[in-house]
Write a protein that binds this ligand. Sequence first.
Ligand code: BTN
Length: 327
Amino acid sequence: MTTNNTLLELFQKQHGQYISGQRLSEELGVSRTAIWKQIHKLEAAGYRFEASSRLGYRLVSAPDELNAESVAGLLETSRFGRQVHFYDVVSSTQAVARELAESGSAEGALVIANQQQNGRGRMGRSWLSPPGKGIWMSMVLRPQVPIHFAPQLTLLTAAALCRSLRKATGLSIGIKWPNDLLIEGKKISGILLESAAEEERLKYVVAGVGISVNLEEGDYTEELLEKATSLRIAGGSELKRGALISAFLKEWEELYDLYNSKGFSPIISYWEELAVSLGKRVELVTPQGRLVGTPVGLHESGAIRVRLDDGSMQNVFSAEMGEPVRN
Ligand code: BTN
């Protein structure tokens, strides 16, 4: 074991408390100058220490290092994420996960990248995925349901993500239909579900999730900053991506198991509890044209139920939802 590892272990066992330079040098059998050099090396690798002339050193934070091992060590699921494929750079995790799905990978196979060079969003948009600052991941699902149930899985994923991020950050995060996560009207996360079907049944689904975790204002263009934010900008502190991934996968697997045993009804309640787009009159641009109405809840099929101005109800499956509009 190198001095570096041992030194780190000593600090980790101390849980943020100070250790004197004298004790460090005695325990490791090296000079205090050697300890000081090792601390500098750890700082260069992203660890943060505080030094006190009276008390010694304490470890303040570890780097937010993401890899297959660090994720595996944090998992609390039985299937989701149990096969992790980690990449430093990919074009898009969606493409990698689709290949895994096509070659027969089991449900729960997960692709995570530190950076995407060609991150994709809904409606052919691109998705900003700078290195080390967010969670860019895609997972293979193999739901045993007909193809027209696919929208339900998008809503389920949004509910699980929103619940886990709220618990982990304490921030008031809401869902804008169908699956954008917002903080004070600005987007912090997006979900992209792509599926393949065989004889009217879903063969597999690739569920892509992008979470803007530690992006800073300088990472966005001025235009994007008007409608997007990150957990760090909104909450004021950096977050550990591994812990967020683990919390999300746990919540996601739980809701997915609930869906498989009890159907979509319980998921509707979870989703509606978190929705910010209900009860406000909005414009919806659908593939069939533009309509204005008030979304009031979810339909069993996964469509949103919209009350039109004439009082009639319409189920909308796919649309871009605009800002609230006046009567
Ligand atoms: C959206 O809101 O438009 C959906 C964004 C989905 C982004 C994620 S990041 C991981 C996965 N890989 C991609 O290229 N896109 C999804």
